[in-house]
Design a protein around this ligand. Structure first.
Ligand SMILES: Nc1ncnc2c1ncn2[C@@H]1O[C@H](COP(=O)(O)OP(=O)(O)OP(=O)(O)O)[C@@H](O)[C@H]1O
Length: 297
């Protein structure tokens, strides 16, 4: 039985600074050939959640294709709240962390074949400060970088790169963290504390080499220093990172407190400055179509 009779295509027109027309045209043509129903929703950045929820309730899609970045994928997952409707991802954001972990190709035809296929993974999600996280959230230096990127007007990876030096110069690090992991409290000094379901950032940097996307756990990564040679190591798949650079442990629930308000991001979206973060593995799993070989998540 086909799982793609009614398809909803969600497009973020501005993500990654890329023109999405060729991808939309390709998907439209393919679904016409297959005599499938297609409805397209273009995000506006305002009331997208409410509008998409209404469309999904009304249209009852069998599959949702997303041409956007991680923030939009997360928005759809928050509406679905279950793995009943599979997602097909067309990475078109600035960093595309989820796609990097799922080993998605860049070619539109291959992506369409995968997105409409019945080869799925079930991703864990994490509830962080009452918001769903599908990939990586962090507090400290990287979140400050994302804030400066969002305030800048250059999209794509170049935008991140351009913000790196001013962010390092402006940031008031290191920070003092208290981490409560089911009754055990750790005190750490760090520049960045990440909560990760994924193995790598969208930049391709593997920070959580032993992470698994469907084990019912996430990893807490405590980055103790800005060490450029260790950062370079994260760009190879199986690098063993020094314990002086990053300390990693698995958890299903943690409470984190910092000595002051510091920048916080979830799945690449800046969420302001916070002092406290609570993270807990969520009962929501997301069903995503992936290439035949096992994802590296
Ligand atoms: N038409 C639009 N105009 C402006 N902002 C939008 C629009 N549609 C969605 N957004 C905003 O885009 C963000 C989600 O972006 P998404 O995750 O798809 O890509 P991204 O990788 O963050 O892309 P980029 O960083 O290049 O914007 C949300 O903050 C959302 O409010």
């Amino acid at each position: 039985m086909s799982t793609n009779k009614r398809v909803l295509l969600v497009v973020n027109p501005i993500s990654g600074g890329k023109d999405k027309t060729p991808i939309i045209d390709h998907i439209t043509k393919r679904l016409e050939e297959e005599k499938k129903e297609l409805r397209i929703y273009r995000t506006t950045g305002e009331r997208d959640k409410e509008e998409l929820r209404e469309i999904i309730e009304d249209y009852e899609p069998h599959r949702i294709l997303i041409v956007a970045g991680d923030g939009t994928i997360k928005l759809v997952a928050e509406i679905l709240k279950s793995d009943a409707v599979p997602l097909g991802i067309f990475p078109a954001g600035s960093a595309n962390g989820l796609a990097a972990n799922l080993d998605l190709p860049s070619n539109t035809k291959e992506l369409t074949d995968i997105a409409l296929s019945d080869n799925f993974v079930l991703l864990d999600t994490i509830m962080i400060n009452h918001e769903l996280c599908i990939h990586i959230s962090d507090i400290g230096l990287n979140a400050a970088l994302i804030k400066n990127y969002e305030e800048g007007n250059i999209r794509g990876k170049l935008g991140y790169f351009i913000q790196t030096i001013p962010t390092l110069m402006k940031s008031n690090f290191p920070f003092q963290f208290k981490i409560d992991n089911k009754g055990t409290t750790l005190e750490r000094q760090a520049v960045l504390l990440a909560i990760a379901n994924a193995r790598k950032y969208g930049t391709g940097s593997t920070i959580n080499p032993h992470g698994s996307y469907d084990d019912g756990k996430f990893e807490v990564l405590v980055f103790k220093e800005v060490n450029f040679s260790e950062i370079l190591k994260t760009f190879s798949e199986n690098a063993e990172l020094s314990k002086d650079f990053v300390e990693i442990f698995s958890a299903s629930e943690v409470s984190i407190e910092c000595d002051r308000n510091i920048p916080f991001q979830i799945d690449g979206e800046y969420r302001g400055e916070v002092r406290k973060v609570h993270a807990e593995i969520s009962p929501i799993k997301i069903k995503i179509a992936v290439p035949q070989k096992k994802a590296t998540f």
